[in-house]
Write a protein that binds this ligand. Sequence first.
Ligand code: 0X9
Ligand code: ZN
Length: 430
Amino acid sequence: MKKILLSLIFLGSSGGNLKAADASFDQLLKQISPDVKVQAPAPSLEKVSMSGIADDGRYWVTAVASDKQARTRLMEAGMDIVEIHGSKVSGLAHANTLKALSAEKSMVIESAITVEALHAALSSQKDFPTADAAYHNYAETTDLLKQMASKNSDIASLFSIGKSVEGRDIWCLRINSNAKGTAKSSKPGAFFLGNMHAREHLANEVPLLFAAWLMDHRNDADVKKYISTLDIYIVPMNNPDGVEFDIKTGKYQMYRKNMSKNSDGSRGVDLNRNYDSWWCQQGASHSTWADTYCGPRAFSEPETQAIKKFVEERPNLRTHISYHTYGGEILYPWGGSDDDVPDQKDRAAFIKLAGEMGKLTGYVARKSSDMYVATGDSCDWTYEAGKILSFTFELEGSGFYPGAAIITRTVNSNVKAAVYLLSVTDNPYK
Ligand code: 0X9
Ligand code: ZN
């Protein structure tokens, strides 16, 4: 029974891949429709206390136990056998049990690693819970972006805007009929950014599948025009380390921040409090353990530095959406101040554009600080530093883990809003 349980755990992450390697936008959406038969949820390795942080004095032990009696003996000695492989068994044993076992000559311990190390070893094999397998993890997001770039190499290119704390590339798909990679362009630019908060997985799906939609519809008259007249950038996953941490046990961790190691050993900085726009003055915390920790200084994090550099190197950017979840809102600056932006022309454009995109999505348009004042906000910074008309989308849904069925409708309505933004990017004030 236990043996079967563990086999299922290992199969759970690789089996039933719903994302074909060369799927089109329509196929991708079909695959994630609610009708898709989802496998029974993979059992979680509760026994190993897979919280990702637990180190409770237990070890993952492999011991020699050639028959039932030997296994019984091990269990009596306190070992929790989880897996049986011929004459060997693996499972959990507390340090005190291990001490007792090694003192007994008849018991042969082959290896013993801490639960933390086991967690690290297993982490590469874990993924979204099976019911949410339609969501793209980092490797799947990377694969899909690479595939789009290679299949459409005349109009699309992929490059990394920098690396995360743990060294993952932060990928950017660029769509532009002549300029590729990091080559400069003077065409008006639109910048779509997703998933800076780890647990907001829908905020990766929307820009990622918007890219897939653009590739599939590249010959539609309007899309064709945008591809040849605009410089379009899509960075769907700004916080890949946080995303992977949130899903790697197969059970969501409700994790928000990046994976920086703070000086006191706690983890993470809130990337949406780390920008240099009234940094850490309101609605942000100096406490390292807080979910709204602003970091030791503005732009202390590689994930925000990458965006800073990206924006500063592209003065042609005119419009921007940063995708978050949840609540169904379209927010415009300021988020860090109760004031309105001083430029009346910009203010009018913010209200007009947010209102139009609100009609297409059903989201409520309002000034960001009307939700709450929070400084260090990315969209305040992109607006102030680059004069980019910047919007925070809080995608629909009533929780951070709304299930896979929400993806299709959210992507469809957001494709409309994103296309609208492209339609005004040449002159957002018209
Ligand atoms: O608090 C945030 O960073 C955003 N909400 S979320 O639930 N996705 O974390 C809202 C950002 C809006 N900006 C400001 N109010 N400054
Ligand atoms: Zn967010």
